[in-house]
Design a protein around this ligand. Structure first.
Ligand code: HEM
Length: 403
C-alpha cells in the first residue's frame, strides 16, 4: 500500500491497492487501525477495484453519506455473491425501498422481540448447557456459541427445524467468511448462496401450503404498495435476514466476549448490577463497530471534499466513525455507562438496520446466560486468535478457558 498525498490539485490521498477486506494492516489491527486511518486523513481513495473507492472514516461524513440516498445508491452495489439477485431492502433505493420497509419493520419491532425473547433465551441456555455437558475447562467461543446463537435465532424466526442448524452454519461459513483472497473467482460463495436460495425457496413453498407462526408465514399476505408480495420478493427478504443477521451478530458477540474475558472488573460489575448490561452492550457496539458498507455514486459530486465521479464507490466505516473523538468524548476509552451513546453501529438513514432490536436482544441474553454459568473466564494465551474484516468483522476463534 503506497500513500500518495499529492495528486494534482486534489488533496485526497490515494492508498493504492487498499481493500479493507484483505488489507494486512486492517486484519492485524482491527478496530484500532481505523483510528490511524481516520486521523491520517478525512477521506482517502483506492484503486484496488475496477472503480475508484472513496473511504470515509469520520463520524459526520459517514452519517451524512448514509443519509444521502439521493447522492449514493444501494442498487448497484454488488456484494460479490449474488449476481442475479437483489437483496430486499438492502439493495433497493426509494421509492420501492419505503414500501418494503413498511412490510418488514414490524416483523422485528419491539412487540415481536417480546415474543421472541423466551425462545432466544432457550437457545442460549441450550448452547451453554452443551458446553458444560462436554466437560473440560474451555471451548472455542466462536464455534460453540457466537455462531450458533444467531443461526438458531434465524431458524426460530423462519420456523425451520433446529436439526438443520449445523447445515446452515456450514453454508454461512462458506458464503460469508470466505474473502476475495480465499475465493478469488467468488465461485465458493456463489455456490453456497445458490444452495441457501434453493432451501429458502422450498421453505416459502411449504409455508404457502401450510402456514405457521413464523416470519415467512406472516409475510405471505403482505402488500407491496397496492399489490401482493411475490415469492421472489419474499425469497430476497429471507435471504437478507440470513446474511444480515448471522455474521454481524456473531462478530459482535466475539468482540463482546473477548472484552469480557479481558476485563474481570466489567464481568463483576455486570454480575452485581445486571441493569448495566444494556449500556455495556451499547458501548460494545460503538467501540467494536464491525460494519463497513458501500454505495455507488449516482452523479459527479463533491462530497467530504472528495471529487467523486458517477460510478465510483464510497466505503463508509462505522468503525472509524464510532471511534471518532470529534463526536465522542474519550472515544478510545471503553466507558461502560457512556451516555449519550448515539453511535452508527447499525448505520443511519433509510437503510438503518431493521434488525437492531433483535441484535441487541441476542447480545444481552448471551451476556446474561453466559455469566450465569461462567462467572469467571479468560483467554487461553497459547492459542493464536485470528479475525476476518471486510463488510463485517469478527473473530474467527476465541479460545476461552475457565476453572
Ligand atoms: C449486531 C448485529 C448487527 C449489526 C452490527 C448490523 C448492522 C447493520 C448495518 C450497519 C446496516 C446498514 C447497512 C447499510 O446501510 O448499507 C444493516 C442493515 C440491515 N440489517 Fe443489520 N446488523 C446486525 C444484525 C441484524 C439482524 C439480527 C438482522 C435481522 C435478521 C439484521 C437485518 C438487517 C437488514 C434487513 C438490513 C437492511 C435494511 C435496509 O436496507 O433497509 N441485522 N445492519
Amino acid at each position: 500500500m503506497i500513500l500518495d498525498h499529492q495528486v494534482g490539485s486534489e488533496q485526497v490521498p490515494w492508498r493504492h491497492g487498499f481493500d479493507h477486506g484483505v488489507e494486512p494492516s486492517v486484519l492485524a489491527g482491527f478496530p484500532y487501525v481505523w483510528d490511524d486511518l481516520r486521523e491520517a486523513s478525512r477521506a482517502f481513495r483506492s484503486d484496488a477495484m475496477p472503480w475508484t473507492m472513496w473511504y470515509l472514516t469520520r463520524f459526520d461524513d459517514v452519517q451524512a453519506a448514509l443519509q444521502r440516498h439521493d447522492l449514493f445508491s444501494s442498487e448497484q452495489v454488488n456484494y460479490n455473491v449474488t449476481d442475479t439477485h437483489k437483496w430486499i431492502p438492502a439493495q433497493i433505493d426509494p421509492p420501492d425501498h419505503t414500501q418494503y420497509r413498511v412490510v418488514i419493520t414490524p416483523l422485528l419491532g419491539v412487540a415481536a422481540m417480546a415474543s421472541m425473547e423466551p425462545g432466544i433465551r432457550d437457545i442460549a441456555r441450550r448452547l451453554v448447557d452443551e458446553i458444560v455437558a462436554a466437560g473440560g475447562t474451555g471451548c472455542d467461543f466462536v464455534d460453540r456459541f457466537a455462531r450458533r446463537l444467531p443461526s438458531g435465532v434465524f431458524m426460530q424466526l423462519l420456523g425451520l427445524p433446529t436439526e438443520e442448524a449445523d447445515t446452515f452454519l456450514a453454508w454461512a461459513g462458506e458464503m460469508l467468511l470466505t474473502n476475495n483472497a480465499q475465493d478469488p473467482t467468488g465461485s465458493i460463495r456463489k455456490q453456497a448462496a445458490r444452495t441457501i436460495y434453493r432451501y429458502l425457496g422450498d421453505t416459502i413453498a411449504q409455508r404457502r401450503e401450510r402456514p405457521g407462526d413464523d416470519v415467512v408465514s406472516r409475510l405471505l399476505d403482505a402488500q407491496v404498495g397496492d399489490r401482493p408480495i411475490t415469492d421472489a420478493e419474499l425469497l430476497e427478504i429471507c435471504f437478507l435476514f440470513y446474511v444480515a443477521g448471522m455474521d454481524t451478530t456473531s462478530g459482535v458477540l466475539s468482540y463482546v466476549f473477548q472484552h469480557l474475558a479481558q476485563r474481570p472488573d466489567h464481568r463483576r460489575l455486570l454480575r452485581e448490577r445486571p441493569h448495566m448490561i444494556e449500556p455495556f452492550v451499547e458501548e460494545c457496539l460503538r467501540y467494536y463497530s464491525i460494519v463497513a458498507t458501500s454505495r455507488v455514486v449516482r452523479d459527479d459530486v463533491e462530497f467530504a471534499a472528495c471529487p467523486m465521479h458517477a460510478g465510483d464507490r464510497i466505503v463508509v466505516s462505522t468503525t472509524g466513525a464510532n471511534r471518532d473523538p470529534r463526536h465522542f468524548p474519550n472515544a478510545d476509552e471503553f466507558v461502560i455507562d457512556r451516555s449519550p451513546n448515539r453511535h452508527l453501529a447499525f448505520g443511519a438513514g433509510i437503510h438503518r438496520c431493521v434488525g437492531a432490536p433483535l441484535a441487541r436482544l441476542e447480545v444481552r441474553i448471551a451476556v446474561q446466560e453466559w455469566l450465569r454459568t461462567f462467572p469467571e473466564f479468560s483467554i487461553d494465551p497459547h492459542v493464536p486468535i485470528t479475525q476476518h474484516v471486510g463488510g463485517s468483522a469478527g473473530l474467527d476463534n476465541l479460545p476461552l478457558v475457565w476453572s
